[in-house]
Design a protein around this ligand. Sequence first.
Ligand SMILES: [Zn+2]
Ligand SMILES: [Zn+2]
Length: 262
Amino acid sequence: MALRVRSLASGSSGNATLVEASGTLHTTRVLVDCGLRPAELARRLQQAGLEIADLDALFITHEHSDHVGHARTLAQRHRLPLWMSEGTRRACEAHAWELAPDQLGLARDGEPLVLGELCLHPFTVPHDAREPLQLRFTDGNRQLGLVTDLGHASRHVVDSLQGCHALFLETNHEPEWVRRSSYPEFLKRRILGDQGHLSNAQAADLLGQLQHSGLHTVIAAHLSERNNQPEQARQALAPVLGCAPEEVRVADPAEGTDWIDV
Ligand SMILES: [Zn+2]
Ligand SMILES: [Zn+2]
């Protein structure tokens, strides 16, 4: 039994995260979000020793283009089972996509979803999308939390991520950098608001509420390319983890991460 995660891209220019569980007989791979063109996705999968045909399902967290961008092409071309919430389905009009009748599945907050060797636990997050879902994964042994695109850590988010051995955690921005940026006011308000993105300090605060002796790896993710730097994210999370800043892993916006065992 083994559970592992690999980011293929993370940030506002495109997200794709691969989660893999290997059982005694089978291996299941779920791609969370598809903000990469299929050719680029194929190239990055190749670096991981895989191809698109090795994917078992695609899970879309919400309708923002950095997450759903190329999901339609991928699902149609490769007949991949596609999972999302009803709200996301409506928001991206996925019911009108040319999919096989049984290809589109609806996920709901609080309803575990078993896909081969993986069990997904979707939970809603405060974000300015119709019905965004983030995920906790388990192979029955280890637990992985994956949470990006949230404006704040609601009680439900904190409860949903308890007991994780590894966390893929949004560490989006330094609020002061956003305020001083050349972004239009509405965008600044959106990013900094309760339904926007998690700042470095908010991520550290959430991490503090999830910390336990079994949590061994935290991956800072969905960093703003303009309003954050890996160093800032590391500095924010390291004190909570009690480690040196350089030991905090960061998902590179363009290259993601290597395989990380959960
Ligand atoms: Zn995003
Ligand atoms: Zn979003």
